[in-house]
Design a protein around this ligand. Structure first.
Ligand code: ATP
Length: 415
């Protein structure tokens, strides 16, 4: 309706100016080429929820490459990547906006007179392949219909009711990762998963569809959950569906006691390791085998496991524990403290760090003839650790320790 379209136009006017400008350019390009262009998916959903998003998905009638080529004539882009096998083009802008353009083969059905309905039915099919009604709305961008909402599946109603609803019964059988997405969207927007949809998830789970999710797909979904503010709620909800034990070996007491406020500043690494508190080291290694992490996430996790082992092994020799903790990020040390058995050792480490009387500074090393560079940092660390572990306990010992290092260094460099 016109009233609806006016509301949408108001929402579009409230968007950041650079996005408004981009939508105008897409409109002009589509009109110039005489084809239909629609904004689809998450951006449309978030527009109605008044949440700003920098990820735009556009579906155009015909070939995405020709459209993109026309568009980049009139907008200033940062990067353009064409994915020929998917028929999509990804454009990045300097302000961080991403635009995905997907083509469709509507033109195959293009014959005079029949175009509007045929074209609509193909858009309808495109939207039907999506995950949830709230993600399956489109906004027309052509001038004569700019801001017109295309909502075949009741997405607006579900947005208003706050429900995540599938598009058809076989949705989760077709793509089981949608079960995880359902939980993510529901928790993010404080929505409910619609009753039929919840039932379909349970039916799919009984049919063991989880086994169809590859390592890569699960890891991708996991990496989409970790940055979310409500990630703890999501994990709890996933566990309640029985969706976690497939990867984590068993259901366990997720260590999720922290408030959303508390985890607000946690980085991905800490959020991830925070989930693993109640797992034993060999269980964590087994989890890693079921995931397809990047090298850096893998390394963070294995480092964490290694520090945990060393701390447990340190037993009566706190100095060994100190050496293991030395250089570990403060955030991770805080996580390790959540283990009752490790806490006393870590607290004494932190105490020792505070009481440290190290006096040598980088400037002293420069004065002693060490050239500027990473070597300075290494030597300072070495002395720091020697204080911590009791190898040095006063200034004289500190000086002697440094002299030894310098001597070793000069012998090393004359060889
Ligand atoms: P987010 O705000 O998390 O980025 P999004 O909805 O933009 O959410 P994307 O993963 O970028 O999510 O996907 C864009 C659109 O593609 C979705 O809105 C949805 O319509 C569709 N989509 C994504 N994943 C699936 C899937 N597994 N099955 C069906 N449709 C999907």
């Amino acid at each position: 309706s016109q009233a609806m379209r006016d509301d949408v136009l108001d929402l579009i006017r409230e968007l950041p100016p650079e996005i408004g400008l981009l939508l105008d350019k897409i409109k002009e390009t589509a009109d110039h080429l005489g084809i239909q262009a629609y904004l689809v998916g998450g951006f449309v959903r978030d527009l109605f929820l008044r949440k700003s998003s920098q990820d735009l998905d556009v579906v155009v009638e015909g070939d995405s490459n020709s459209f993109a080529n026309q568009l980049i004539e009139v907008v200033e882009v940062h990067k353009v990547v064409q994915h020929h096998q998917f028929g999509t083009v990804k454009i990045t802008f300097r302000d961080g906006t991403h635009l995905d353009i997907a083509g469709s083969r509507w033109e195959e059905y293009d014959f005079p007179g029949a175009l509007p309905t045929i074209e609509e039915s193909n858009l309808k099919e495109d939207l039907f392949r999506r995950d949830f009604t709230v993600n399956a709305m489109a906004l027309c961008l052509n001038a004569n219909r700019f801001g017109e909402v295309v909502d075949f599946y009741g997405g607006l109603r579900d947005l208003q009711q706050g429900e995540i609803r599938f598009l058809h019964n076989l949705s989760f059988i077709e793509d089981p990762t949608r079960m995880i997405r359902a939980v993510r969207f529901a928790c993010r927007y404080h929505f409910k998963i619609a009753k039929v949809t919840r039932e379909a998830i349970n039916t799919a789970l009984q049919a063991n569809v989880l086994l169809k999710i590859s390592k890569e797909r699960f890891t991708e979904e996991l990496m989409l959950i970790l940055p979310e503010q409500a990630y703890q709620k999501m994990v709890r909800e996933l566990a309640a569906f029985g969706l976690m034990k497939n990867w984590f070996g068993r259901e366990f007491a997720w260590n999720l006691a922290e408030s959303e406020e508390e985890v607000k500043d946690w980085d991905l690494e800490k959020k991830w390791l925070g989930l693993l508190i109640s797992l034993e080291n060999d269980e964590i290694r087994a989890v890693l085998d079921r995931l397809a992490f990047t090298k850096s996430m893998l390394k963070h996790t294995l480092d964490y496991v290694a520090v945990r082992s060393k701390l447990r092994a340190a037993g009566d020799c706190p100095q060994e524990g100190y050496a293991a903790l030395f250089g570990v990020k403060e955030g991770i040390v805080d996580l390790l403290k959540k283990h009752e058995d490790l806490r006393p050792l870590i607290e004494s480490y932190q105490q020792a760090l505070q009481n440290l009387k190290m006096t040598i500074r980088g400037s002293d090393l420069l004065a002693a003839g060490i050239p500027e560079g990473p070597e300075i940092g290494r030597i300072l660390q070495d002395i720091h650790l020697a204080w911590l572990t009791g190898k040095i306990s006063d200034f004289e010992e500190e000086r002697n320790y440094l002299l030894q290092i310098l001597k070793r260094n000069s012998e090393g460099s004359t060889k």
